[in-house]
Design a protein. Structure first.
Length: 184
């Protein structure tokens, strides 16, 4: 796994050993960032369920102003820190090793707001539903915030309008999908 483009281009990233994380493939990452390319410059990026940090690091490499990485797993959080150091992007990043919902509460208390929010929770455990419920009406989100959820193909998002979101785009891959959302 590597950084695809930007100032950290071609730098290899470490991954977390074991089966607890599921790194986004370079091909899917490239497709995602082709969609996001016009949104990245000077954006504030929130990477939830960060794993190795590859998505947030790619965002920083391509021009985001700052990124916050939220990862509860200690080994994964350390992997993110190592990857940020290797890419020389640490100064523009914050790594929060804690539960996502607790991190969201802390970020709200700190008065943070994000332009892009990406989440790649463990599949089929309904974590995305809890997070989307929390973000609905949250000061972390403004009217132009784009929220991207990576989920299994089977994940049901029929509740999304009831939470106050509009699906602006869906991208399906072989085994998973990206859902792009905005607040109504």
């Amino acid at each position: 796994m590597r950084v695809i483009a930007g100032k950290a281009r071609r730098i290899q990233l470490k991954t977390v050993p074991g089966m607890e994380t599921r790194p986004t493939t370079d091909r899917i990452k490239e497709t995602l960032f082709n969609v996001l390319q016009t949104e990245l410059y000077s954006a504030r990026f929130l990477d939830l369920f960060s794993g190795s940090g590859a998505i947030g690091i790619e965002a920083l490499s391509r021009g985001c102003e700052m990124a916050v990485f939220v990862e509860n797993n200690r080994n994964a959080a350390e992997c993110i820190r190592e990857n940020l150091k290797a890419t020389k992007l640490s100064e523009a990043a914050v790594v929060m090793q804690k539960d996502v919902l607790m991190a969201l509460q802390q970020l709200e208390q700190e008065g943070k707001c994000f332009d892009l929010i990406f989440m790649d929770p463990p599949y089929n455990h309904f974590h995305e539903k809890k997070v989307l419920n929390r973000l609905s009406g949250s000061p972390l989100v403004h009217t132009d915030t784009l929220i991207i959820v990576e989920a299994s193909l089977e994940t049901d998002f029929s509740y999304i309008e009831g939470y106050g979101y509009t699906v602006v785009r869906e991208k399906h891959y072989k085994t998973n999908k990206h859902i792009f959302l905005k607040i109504k």
